[in-house]
Design a protein around this ligand. Sequence first.
Ligand code: ADP
Ligand code: 5GP
Length: 205
Amino acid sequence: MKHDKKNIMLILSSPSGVGKTTLTKKIQQKYPNFKVSISHTTRKPRSNEVNGVDYHFVSNEKFEELISSNMFYEYAKIYKNSYGTSKNSVDESIKKNDIIFDIDWQGTKQLSKHKKLELVKIFLVTKNREEVKKRLIGRNQNSDEEIKQRFNSFLEDVKHWVDYDYILINDNLDQCFKQIEKIIFDQKKFSLTRINLSTYSNALV
Ligand code: ADP
Ligand code: 5GP
């Protein structure tokens, strides 16, 4: 897949409740060229979620079918549900837009194997584990059982930050957002320099 090198693919991962969704929305609001990759999932929609906007909600059978037809760049089982990123929508979207992926460490590992995808990988954490519990409870979107499950996977999740390009502490939201903005700008500058260099070297021959 050839794509405009000015467009970037930004992965945001974190233990549940750190702030991926909040930061993704802030990026989209300020930079409309960023589109969120809409994953497929077998999870049931929450009351505030819309099919085709937050996720493509599908049955287990449909998900298996998509795996068999090699439709995913990556997929993973998380908290007993399956989640996956469709190749077609990423390949189409990157032609015109920057993409944000809100995916876990398993998906990041798989996406990283596709060398043609130029990824910028950010792992977000809170300043401590208790803060995540507070945010999960405060978000008021999960049952007690789900909160426990998500909180318990915190230590396993953070083990995988070594696979990322940047690790950011989402303590002060605005400050964290500024750090992400800087990463985006630096990456865009880097990509443009590479395009210019490649045009220049083509002109030399
Ligand atoms: P995730 O998508 O990583 O599971 P969310 O974006 O849903 O996390 O955030 C979880 C909760 O934490 C939300 O209620 C959100 O408003 C809150 N939150 C996010 N970032 C911060 C922050 N820097 N400080 C305090 N609360 C935050
Ligand atoms: P939630 O059910 O709270 O929306 O998401 C649970 C977890 O699944 C989050 O860590 C989120 O980043 C991850 N996730 C969402 N979509 C995908 C996907 O397509 N692939 C992978 N690997 N993880 C995903």
